[in-house]
Design a protein around this ligand. Structure first.
Ligand SMILES: C[S@@+](CC[C@H](N)C(=O)[O-])C[C@H]1O[C@@H](n2cnc3c(N)ncnc32)[C@H](O)[C@@H]1O
Length: 242
């Protein structure tokens, strides 16, 4: 994706993953382009605060860069539980002078800790864009996921949004499970693939924006794309809290 905050060992590992899962390149690029379109849309709707959980290593078009390119006063809190992301967090804390960025070292499974630390930077009485890109898939238990989402969205003001991207077996069931099985043999954290219906369920109780839960490459694709946009096995959606 064009990031530079990684080590040779990360790149070597990336090549090993690409060897058994070449589609990961298209998926990652489509996921990042989805982040850009979703954050831009929310910023254009007036959202000025973002809580991005499962941030990942800093790369190209990080949430604060996209949000602050629309509204420089945007405030962004990043959350991850990986010590290496924490080590690179400096690169994420380079926002505009008018806005603010913060980094919280916490686990998605502990939404209370995330909310209390995010409140240092975000005004939770005002709308927040909650970004959960490629991270809900690291919590296997559906009831636990439901409890986490209810806790997080319950604490956010009306007019807040939930943005999720999640790997799916909707496009090629066999291939998706083959890749997940290969990853789960050695990789951590363990990966859970969900059906399209299972991903739609994550937005329960919220107003799902058009076009609903679709391949993230097909979520409001821009008209600057050349040729046909291909679906990827990573679905995405955006929903609003009434
Ligand atoms: C696939 S990356 C996604 C990165 C970024 N959101 C994106 O879409 O490009 C998943 C990230 O989630 C983090 N993560 C995994 N499980 C987590 C958890 N339980 N709590 C917080 N972060 C977690 C990982 O450390 C990793 O940085």
């Amino acid at each position: 994706m064009g990031g530079k905050d990684n080590y040779p060992v990360d790149r070597e590992m990336g090549e090993q993953i690409r060897a058994f899962f070449p589609e990961i390149v298209d998926n990652a690029v489509a996921d990042r382009a989805f982040l850009v379109r979703a954050v831009t849309h929310l910023a254009e709707q007036g959202v000025r605060q973002f809580l991005d959980i499962g941030t990942g290593l800093p790369t190209h078009n990080n949430t604060h860069e996209v949000a602050q390119s629309v509204a420089p006063e945007s405030r962004v809190v990043y959350v991850d539980n990986d010590p290496l992301v924490l080590a690179h967090a400096r690169a994420l804390l380079t926002g505009s002078e008018k806005g603010a960025t913060d980094y919280v070292d916490a686990d998605l499974r502990d939404p209370g800790a995330i909310l209390s630390q995010a409140a240092r930077t975000l005004d939770l009485s005002q709308p927040v864009g909650l970004m959960l890109l490629g991270v809900v898939n690291f919590v296997d238990d559906d009831a636990e996921v439901r409890a986490i989402l209810d806790r997080l969205m319950g604490a956010l003001a009306p007019g807040s949004f939930l943005v999720i991207s999640h790997p799916t077996d909707d496009i090629d069931h066999e291939r998706a499970h083959e890749v997940a099985t290969a990853w789960n043999e050695k990789g951590t954290p363990k990966l859970t693939i969900r059906t399209a219906e299972g991903i739609r369920e994550l937005f329960h109780g919220l107003e799902l924006l058009e076009p609903g839960v679709v391949s993230c490459s097909l979520w409001r694709p821009g008209n600057t794309e050349v040729g046909e946009v291909r679906p990827v096995a990573e679905y995405g959606g955006v929903a609003r809290k009434a």
